[in-house]
Design a binder for this molecule. Structure first.
Ligand SMILES: Nc1ncnc2c1ncn2[C@@H]1O[C@H](COP(=O)(O)OP(=O)(O)OP(=O)(O)O)[C@@H](O)[C@H]1O
Ligand SMILES: [Mg+2]
Length: 256
């Protein structure tokens, strides 16, 4: 089974059907970039994967674990909050806004969850945090508070913090869209390295050059459905559907 196996996922908010039967498979070590216009359901889908939202229909497996439910003879039973929290710990998430704890240094931000949630020793957590901060190019800024770091640096700390939990899967929701243009590259290059090291990633992004170079699969969503999915050379380079073409040309004109 693929590391992520989502089948016919649906989700409504009140009467607004936001996801209308999404299928997605992601093999271990692969990178999927998710594109689509505002409101198409990208964030909602990521939040369903790690059970920040409950789903109304369909099923999502991550590493053979049915997310949020146990299946007894074809009937689904909601897992206890504690069990869902345990599933969620296996998945790292990086948001558009960095969401660092403002009163903690970069190092403290990174060791917080391993120590508090996993009960790791401070020494072990600190050693790994140091090497993770080295890896994202911030080995010399471990004592800085978020307010003393640029947006790009904060986002790299946020990535290190997610990695500190040793996730099986990383979800990124427009991780560079709140950054000044000159800071985008440093975050994308950390994500590139992560992908090259074999991390399984689902990335909502409108950075087309990143998607072209790094994604194994590009998925274009619109109106809560997957319109088109495939290798970037197809979906970005030679889209088949009018909605994809329109979206990409609008994106290009915004860029120029
Ligand atoms: N908690 C919520 N309650 C009600 N409606 C919601 C909620 N979250 C999202 N929605 C609605 O679901 C739809 C999809 O939203 P979502 O945030 O998933 O889109 P998106 O593709 O991530 O858009 P963007 O590119 O703007 O981030 C929108 O119509 C949105 O208003
Ligand atoms: Mg979104």
């Amino acid at each position: 089974m693929p590391l992520v196996h989502a089948v016919n996922v649906s989700k409504s908010f009140h009467h607004n059907e936001v996801l209308k039967g999404i299928d997605l498979d992601v093999d271990a070590g692969q990178v999927v970039c998710l594109l689509g216009p505002s409101g198409s359901g990208k964030t909602t889908f990521l939040r369903c994967i790690n059970q920040l939202e409950t789903i109304d229909g369909g099923r999502i497996w991550v590493d053979d674990d049915l997310m949020g439910y146990s299946d007894r003879d074809g009937k689904l039973y909601r897992l206890k909050d504690k069990e869902i929290a345990a599933q969620r710990r296996e998945i790292g998430m990086v948001f558009q806004r960095f969401n660092l704890f403002p009163h903690m240094t970069a190092l403290q931000n990174v060791i917080e969850a391993p120590v508090q949630v996993k009960g790791e020793s401070k020494k072990a957590a600190r050693d790994r945090a140091q090497s993770l901060l080295d890896r994202v190019g911030l080995g010399d800024r471990t004592a800085a508070y978020p307010a003393q770091l640029s947006g790009g640096q904060q986002q790299r700390v946020a990535i290190a913090r997610a990695l500190a939990m040793q996730p099986k899967l990383m979800l990124f929701d427009e991780p560079t869209s709140a950054l000044d243009p000159e800071l985008v590259g440093e975050v994308l290059s950390v994500m590139r390295e992560l992908a090259a090291d074999g991390m399984t990633m689902i990335v909502v992004t409108h950075e087309m050059s990143f998607a072209r170079e790094v994604a194994d699969t590009v998925v274009f969503m619109d109106g809560g459905v997957v319109v088109e999915a495939g290798p970037p050379a197809d979906v970005i380079g030679n889209p088949q559907h009018q909605r994809t073409k329109t979206f990409l040309s609008r994106l290009r004109s915004e860029h120029d």
